[in-house]
Design a protein around this ligand. Structure first.
Ligand code: ADP
Ligand code: MG
Length: 225
């Protein structure tokens, strides 16, 4: 399984009585593209942060790409994320004063990506994503939102992740750009056989995905024991 969760629960340390996540069983097979929808505040970002190892579950098994994140040291989890998981966030989290190339180079630096072919691979990825050579050396703050989003995808893919997780990455785009963005994302993940987990409150995106789930069907923090 690309993802397997078993009896996982999580509460933020500041509010230990309020369970945000309680997931009994949930799995994603390798190569699946899964869309999870749910209202704001429902725990979507928290779930993605558990799966990328940014947060740790209080209880339960969190397996990603066959490895138990819940049994790893913080250091190993950070390394595992850098090498195996690509993340695209709502705000992209690009470094605004660095250009596209340096933003991507930074992600490669944190992983064991080979330097020898890096320049060529960055060029291929940016070309596939339609970022013109003249736009690759501008501070990313000077790019359009759509361009920044495509640079964020290039950054997420440069280390050839087996799992891509995307947290409402299209919410700042208009309808036309949103559809173009998701179509592009889908073609890239299928071409590279990447497992995709995409969360959003916007159910209108669901038709792009092979598997669609409501977070409330997976996550039952209020269930009675
Ligand atoms: P979503 O991404 O679906 O909007 P979140 O995972 O961000 O939902 O939030 C789920 C719940 O956890 C909300 O009630 C939110 O207020 C709470 N929460 C999120 N981040 C924190 C935090 N750092 N500390 C305490 N509570 C948080
Ligand atoms: Mg969120």
């Amino acid at each position: 399984m690309a993802i397997h969760l078993q009896n996982v629960s999580f509460a933020y340390p500041k509010a230990p009585q309020k369970k945000v996540l309680d997931i009994q069983h949930w799995s994603v097979a390798p190569g699946e593209q899964v869309f999870i929808h749910g209202p704001s505040g429902g725990g979507k970002s928290t779930l993605l942060n558990l799966l990328s190892g940014i947060l740790q579950a209080d209880h339960g098994e969190v397996s990603v790409l066959g490895e138990r994140l819940d049994q790893m040291s913080n250091r190993r989890r950070d390394r595992f994320r850098a090498n195996h998981i690509g993340c695209v966030f709502q705000q992209f989290n690009l470094i605004p004063y660095l250009d596209a190339i340096d933003n991507i180079r930074l992600a490669a630096h944190f992983a064991a990506t080979k330097q020898a072919t890096l320049n060529q691979e960055m060029g291929e990825l940016l070309s596939a994503l339609g970022i013109a050579p003249s736009d690759r050396c501008k501070p990313t703050a000077q790019l359009s939102i759509g361009q920044q989003q495509r640079v964020a995808i290039a950054r997420a893919l440069i280390n050839k992740p087996q799992l891509l997780i995307a947290d409402e990455p299209s919410s700042s785009l208009d309808q036309h750009n949103r559809d173009a963005f998701i179509t592009l994302l889908m073609s890239l993940v299928k071409e590279h056989e990447i497992t995709l987990l995409f969360v959003s409150h916007d159910l209108s995106l669901s038709h792009h995905f092979g598997r669609v789930e409501a977070l409330s069907d997976i996550n039952t923090p209020d269930r009675m024991y």
